[in-house]
Design a protein around this ligand. Structure first.
Ligand SMILES: Cc1cc2nc3c(=O)[nH]c(=O)nc-3n(C[C@H](O)[C@H](O)[C@H](O)COP(=O)(O)OP(=O)(O)OC[C@H]3O[C@@H](n4cnc5c(N)ncnc54)[C@H](O)[C@@H]3O)c2cc1C
Length: 349
């Protein structure tokens, strides 16, 4: 079968790899120019040796399905063990461990976490810079060879046998709304509409003259502006420079999400929060970039690993982190379970 997957995040690419290995032809449509979705890496504009994981900062796998995959990536040199615990700032003081978190293996990628997406994309035909705007059910009508048409923003339409939508729920809703067969999606669209996402800002900073820092990450509690500080220079060699990827508190980002021209103001508020934590040196950065994630992680979720719609002849599935959870682990499990389910079912039919 020819399977069209919308979204080259970890959920879509994991399903794609399993389906391709089962003998299906897989095309993945990705609107951005990168692989990996929210497992994303941004390159510095100023320094060749600096990059920032500006989406999720690390990956860990308590779930055995994901853990096995992480070990595969570690074996290939794509991942390495980064930390087993983080520092903790309670709003007053910095401690070298979180009082309520047990030790866990947390992995980082020396080349950047987007190398996971790049690795997974080997099994599929990934078409980047290709935005899908909807899909049309053709059935066996109009002499088309395949039951579905995926409609691209470029006005092109691609015929496929089956569709997997692997985007955040808000974008899944938009795609379904633009589909011509509303009855098929009637049962699910209301539920998808209820999934809400937390926004988050990531501030990427590089310092040429910072004092030595001995933490991998700092979890910030009771802080109205900051949520997590990732020491990016502890993941890879950045010379003597310190590079940080600083995540905002979700309420802070929510407050600023509709600001007209907020970047300078947000950078200044986040830097001033860092100065309170570290001292004056934190205000003397040599590079600053800001990224707003409108949909960082879902606040509520479905209770199943995936949703399957349509007929065996023309199936559609919805997957992603909003299936059973809100994290990388859930996104991976969703793609993994759907991939194996379809590999068995569609290969037999
Ligand atoms: C700042 C930040 C911090 C995070 N921290 C953590 C953490 O500490 N731990 C954790 O477990 N998780 C964390 N996450 C969440 C984690 O990154 C996600 O849960 C996971 O990566 C989601 O994977 P996915 O495949 O479901 O979706 P995505 O990675 O979002 O992939 C979906 C892809 O679909 C593409 N797409 C969307 N619409 C279209 C369209 N119309 N046409 C074509 N392509 C389209 C998107 O560009 C994207 O590449 C964080 C996320 C962010 C942003």
């Amino acid at each position: 079968m020819l399977i069209g997957i919308i979204g080259a995040g970890i959920s879509g690419l994991t399903a794609g790899r399993i389906l391709a290995k089962a003998g299906h032809e897989v095309i993945v449509f990705e609107k951005s120019r990168g692989f990996g979705g929210r497992l994303s890496t941004r390159y510095s504009n100023k320094y060749d040796d600096v990059r920032y994981d500006h989406g999720a900062p690390y990956i860990s796998g308590l779930d055995s399905r994901l853990y096995e995959f992480l070990k595969e990536l570690e074996g290939k040199g794509i991942l390495k063990l980064w930390a087993d615990e983080f520092h903790f700032h309670d709003g007053e003081e910095l401690y070298n461990r979180h009082p309520n978190r047990s030790k866990t293996e947390m992995f980082c990628a020396p080349e950047g976490l987007n190398s996971i997406g790049r690795y997974l994309s080997r099994w599929s035909d990934v078409r980047r810079n290709t935005k899908v705007i909807g899909f049309t059910y053709m059935g066996d009508k109009r002499g088309k060879k395949k039951p579905w048409m995926i409609n691209l923003q470029s006005s092109e339409a691609i015929e496929v046998d089956a569709i997997v939508v692997a985007t955040p729920a808000v974008q899944t809703y938009g795609l379904i709304e633009n589909s011509t067969d509303e009855t098929m999606f009637k049962t699910v669209i209301k539920d998808i509409d209820t999934v809400n996402y937390r926004p988050k800002h990531t501030l990427m900073l590089t310092y040429e003259n910072a004092p030595p820092q001995d933490y991998k990450g700092i979890i910030c509690a009771n802080n109205p502006v900051l949520h997590f500080i990732s020491n990016e220079s502890s993941k890879r060699d950045t010379g003597n420079k310190l590079s940080l990827a600083v995540q905002s508190n979700g309420d802070f980002s929510k407050k600023h999400i509709f600001d007209e021209n907020p970047d300078d103001q947000i950078i200044s508020e986040m830097v001033s929060a860092l100065r309170k934590l570290f001292g004056d040196w934190a205000g003397k950065y040599d590079e600053a970039n800001l990224k707003l994630w409108r949909y960082s992680q879902p606040g509520n979720h479905f209770e199943t690993d995936f949703v399957e719609l349509g007929s065996d002849y023309a199936p559609v599935a919805l997957i992603g982190d909003f299936m059973k959870g809100d994290s990388i682990e859930h996104a991976f499990a969703s793609g993994y379970e759907l991939g194996h389910h379809w590999a068995k079912k569609l290969t037999q039919s």
